[in-house]
Design a protein around this ligand. Structure first.
Ligand code: DGJ
Length: 716
């Protein structure tokens, strides 16, 4: 029996030929039905195992160790007898409305269409369920594998890549996001050549080194596939190009140390992978961002506008008390801030980063037992109240560790490795999970918390149950997050891991936003943000206006420039407001009013990043409403010269036949201009240089910005 199965979304087609194996016949832009697909030439490689080339020349969506594959494979399972060749063959396949059992892993929501291919081992009682979920509205497919042990002996999962796509031979470019602390999500372009190119994470977090998001671009027609993983732990992406076969692309949980023991009658689920294709980088990115908005981010926040935040960290550090907080809260309210967040330092005996993680009760010395009153005051002021926690961690120098050293992930005989003076709790233990849920709940209720910043400032080191620890840690984290977010569905949860060390789709299933980077320098943020927007919508990230000179780089920026870059995402402030002059506060107030007026389009519009004259001396982030009747552009000029510049700004994404009224915000460069979307796209608008005399003299001229608003006033 052989059948061609077609999985269509609105604009894409995935064609599979299924007999006892599965061949991938086509994945790409939607095609018409054909009588037969032999014209694709894939029948020459019928997988008769007459030569290894045949197996390798047949593209598929799954591959098994010991099956004649001469490449990286997606499945490596060892049965109770130590066999790794298990003779997996298709047993049946079916369309279903039912979600598969994901064993505590988060999944995309909002679809009820799945295609499942069930494989059975010819020698052991093991079933693999390879599934595809489809999301017509965004053209996205999700995929993963569930392993079910139906035998009497334990089996071991050593590799289980959620996604495998074998693409046809060609020249491809990998576009990935790499970085480090304070330097996240830089765009990395790699030409694929023969061999294996791979990246991943190894310390239990999705990491700022290599984000799980990537795109692969076919250079012959610029079509792209974008991929991401709904997972916050160790991930791995593999690309293999060989002489004869095409390109094998895989994404999934990292097999580093993986040796997951699955007991009889138990199952193991791979994280859900997400992929989508489009005709260009821009189109593919747009689909992915749309999907994240509609099917990933905690559904309680899908359309909820994110408030403007004040965060105490960069402005005050550990130096906080009732008085300083009360003063700041009053100013914050006056200038239009909506949430007041007390970051690190409010608990235990915490005066620096050497102590107290785990002691999640108010710092008596700083707040004289009046922390409750301070929280109340903030709320009475009309602000929401937020607090910082780092729940997964403990300081050895803490009361909690003295009483519960057994809750920490340590190994007898080994001195615990302290990173930032802290060690990790073993949250795979149920009593630790319960303790954290209880202690967070207590604080939430006691102080009436509206917002939590959930930080995580180090990776996992001591590894006790090596084959399963990383995976179990991540699933346990999800269990805690699931409980808290269900118990308190209205609390805004912001993810953070020293900035963007855990910026991923798994986190976003619970949190409404993530602190994208500790680096608040606008110039650095431009790079961080343009990288992020390849795969994540702007509402998933937060960016704060910091003090000038910037504490990380000592570069000076005008408030308007700092505001403009932060306004591209969820806006916040992270500087001591008491040190600002009256006129500066007034200026910020005006910007906050502007932000609130346009926040819907800024946070939820489709964001495009365009470059002027194909170089990146001027970068323009434009967010366009769904109806295309409103758009806001933040144009960033990176030329460090105060000179005559005749360049125009070209904006994509507007509706060609709409007439827009265009205004600039910081200057009167563009004043009630009436022009069609097409002219804005094709001819551009002359705006000159954004640098001014004071930006040249008073500031260091690292960037200059202007904001443009486009409002539809008619049609042609
Ligand atoms: C690291 C975070 O990224 C910062 O924003 C801040 O919350 C500090 N931790 C506090 O210790």
């Amino acid at each position: 029996m052989e059948e061609i199965v077609k999985i269509n979304t609105k604009n894409t087609t995935l064609l599979l030929k299924i007999n006892d194996k599965v061949d991938l016949i086509y994945y790409g832009e939607k095609i018409y039905d054909e009588k037969d697909y032999s014209f694709l030439g894939q029948d020459i490689a019928l997988r008769k195992c007459s030569s290894a080339d045949d197996i390798d020349a047949t593209p598929s969506i799954i591959s098994f160790v010991g099956d004649g594959n001469n490449r990286e494979t997606s499945v490596h399972i060892v049965d109770g007898f130590g066999n790794a060749s298990l003779g997996f063959k298709v047993n049946r396949y079916y369309f279903t409305n039912e979600h598969l059992k994901m064993n505590g892993l988060p999944t995309a929501y909002g679809n009820e269409k799945f295609f499942v291919i069930e494989f059975k081992s010819s020698i052991s009682k093991i079933t693999l369920k390879k599934y595809f979920g489809f999301f017509d509205d965004c053209d996205v497919l999700t995929t993963g594998i569930i392993v079910e042990n139906e035998g009497d002996a334990n089996i071991f999962v050593r590799r289980l890549m959620s996604m495998q796509l074998d693409l046809i031979q060609g020249e491809y470019e990998i576009i990935s996001l790499s970085g480090s602390w304070c330097n996240e999500t830089n765009i990395n372009r790699t030409e694929l050549s023969k061999g294996v190119y791979s990246f991943g994470s190894y310390l239990g977090l999705s990491s700022n080194v290599h984000n799980p998001f990537f795109m692969i671009k076919n250079k012959s027609d610029n079509s792209c596939i974008a991929s991401n993983l709904i997972y916050s732990g160790n991930h791995k992406e593999i690309f293999e190009k060989t002489e004869l076969s095409g390109i094998r692309v895989m994404s999934g949980i990292n097999d580093y140390l993986l040796n997951y023991e699955v007991l009889p009658n138990c199952s193991f689920a791979s994280p859900e992978s997400v992929f989508v294709c489009g005709n260009s980088e821009e189109e593919t990115s747009e689909k992915m961002r749309d999907f994240v908005l509609k099917h990933i981010i905690n559904p309680n926040f899908t359309n909820k506008e994110r408030p403007i935040i004040f965060n105490s960290w960069e402005g005050l550090g550990f130096d906080i008390n009732n008085k300083s907080i009360a003063n700041l809260a009053t100013v914050a309210k006056e200038i239009g801030i909506e949430v007041f967040v007390i970051d690190d330092g409010w608990f235990g005996g915490r005066n620096d980063d050497t102590s107290s993680l785990g002691d999640w009760y108010e710092n008596e010395e700083k707040f004289n037992g009046k922390f409750c009153e301070t929280a109340k005051l903030i709320k009475e002021n009309g602000l929401k109240f937020g607090l910082w926690f780092e729940p997964e961690m403990v300081s050895i120098n803490s009361e909690f560790y003295q009483n519960h050293s057994d809750y920490a992930m340590t190994i007898d005989g080994l001195t615990p490795i302290e990173i930032r003076n802290q060690i990790v709790l073993d949250i795979t233990k149920e009593e630790v999970q319960n303790h954290l849920i209880e202690s967070l709940s207590k604080n939430i209720e006691k102080y009436g918390i509206d917002y939590i910043k959930w930080d995580c400032n180090r990776g996992l080191t001591e590894i006790r149950k090596s084959g399963s620890y990383f995976y179990d840690y991540t699933v346990s984290l999800y269990k805690i997050l699931d409980t808290i977010t269900k118990k308190y569905p209205n609390i805004i949860m912001e993810g953070c891991a020293s900035g963007g060390n855990r910026f991923d789709l798994g986190t976003l299933c619970y949190f409404s936003q993530i602190w994208a980077s500790d680096n608040t320098d606008p110039l650095v943020r431009v790079d961080t943000q343009r990288g992020l927007f390849l795969g994540y919508p702007q509402v998933s990230a937060t960016s704060h206006v910091a003090v000038s000179p910037n504490p990380h780089t000592m570069r000076k920026y005008k408030i308007s420039d700092r505001f403009a870059i932060s306004a591209v995402t969820n806006l916040g402030y992270e500087l001591n407001l008491n040190n600002l002059s009256k006129s500066e506060l007034e200026e910020i107030k005006t910007y906050n009013e502007f932000y609130k007026r346009y926040r819907k389009v800024l946070q939820f519009g489709n964001i495009t990043t365009s470059y002027e004259n194909h170089n990146d001396k001027r970068i323009i982030f434009t967010s366009v409403s769904k109806e295309k009747d409103l758009a806001v552009s933040v144009a960033v000029d990176l030329r460090c010269v105060f000179a005559r510049i005749y360049d125009r700004v070209y904006i994509n994404g507007l509706q060609d036949n709409y007439v827009y009224k265009v205004n600039s915000v910081f200057s009167d460069k563009v004043n009630n201009l009436e022009v069609t979307g097409k002219s804005i796209r094709k001819c551009g608008i002359y705006v000159g240089n954004f640098f001014t005399v004071d930006s040249a003299t008073e500031y260091n001229d690292f960037l200059a910005t202007e904001i443009f608003v486009f409002t539809k006033i008619g049609e042609v």
